[in-house]
Design a protein around this ligand. Sequence first.
Ligand code: ARG
Length: 465
Amino acid sequence: MATGDDKSEEKLWGGRFTGATDPIMEKFNASIGFDKRMWKEDITGSLAYIKAIERLGLVTAAECLSISDGLRAIYKEWESNSFVIKPFDEDIHTANERRLKELIGDAAGKLHTGRSRNDQVTVDMRLWLREAIKNIRSYLISFIQVSLSRAKRDIDVLMPGYTHLQQAQPIRWSHWVLCHATSLLRDLQRLDQTANRADELTLGSGALAGNAFGVDRQMLAKELRFSRVSSNSLDATMDRDFVIDFLYWASVTMLHLSRWAEDLIIYSSKEFGFATLADAYSTGSSLMPQKKNADSLELIRGKAGSVCGRLTGFMMSYKGLPSTYNKDLQEDKIAMFETYDSMSELLQIATGVLSTLTVHKSRCQGALTSDMLATDLAYYLVRKGIPFREAHSLSGLCVAAAEAKSVKLCDLPLVDLQAISQDFGPDVMLVWNYENSVEQYTSVGGTAKSAVLHQIDAMEKVLKE
Ligand code: ARG
């Protein structure tokens, strides 16, 4: 175990310290365990920064070359998994700089001129999140695309639509598929807005006051492909809104996916039997041999809780912080990485579940009952000129009459219908047809085939843009 004095020598910020750090404090303080995931971004940021300060004459061309070469060598070490993390490497920033010094000597100390870990960490995170969002975006798009192709394929399947989880009106299965794809398409747009918020260069803000050497931040932004430069150095070092935006995006997406999962869990139960999950996404019971559980969907539903928890958790860490950098902010990366890991995994699982799902047309259609056409019966009277409110109550009387006779609504004899309203004629028989029922809803957004195809078309266009 090194003595306190040894430690002060090894720490990059150790200059003013004489005492030793409690070993538990050492561990407690360190973020290398998780922020090493940003090794690439940290080096990319440093490569841009060294160029920028060379322009200012703060390092010579030879020093710039030596530092850049050293950084590239470190890059290769990380890439080949041979970078060795030392006990006093507190975070990715100090670890890379420590290694640079080992490789090229004292010139390494010039890299940090005018820079602070406070601006370094946010630029690393913004670079990291940019790539992360690209991946997640492609997973989200795949899910929506699979929804569209399943909606096309199963367009002829009719099923009960529900409100309050009670049978309401017949709809197309595809209409249900598309309702979730529609909310996820909004999530895609929200994700793009999130990416846009993160697209701002914070490097060149120093510890808090700015950059004392007049570094060209526009050049840095261009080099690191950011479209804007942050406008206030205090804000730039304390701002983690882009993390919160990402966590919020994930939370809303999970609210949606958990509802999708819940529907499918219900639909795939024996009682419903509308769909069967592929074995690849189900598991069995260790005790009951007959069981096939929708664990994939339950996990998605469950992860909605943890994802939302990370959002509220980090917001609570963020709340009430005094201006600029405080160590509380180190919690940001845990939330960001864990959320990314959950989202990228579960979006791929969701896509797999949907693409391999078997839809049982006969079970879906077998669940339709003629009392789900009570609205259609009222519409029949509306088309004969009866005001809707009156037609609604007349149809209600028909439902009650059928119940009293213990017959299906569609089997209530014409004389009984006519006893309720003289406007019922023999053509009322045409009402008892589920296909005709759904085909009434041709207005934009409805469940008629043409309207469903229109939705698919419109969403495909949005995805192409
Ligand atoms: N590991 C730190 C974090 O993630 C980096 C910034 C440290 N800055 C400081 N002033 N101690 O937040």
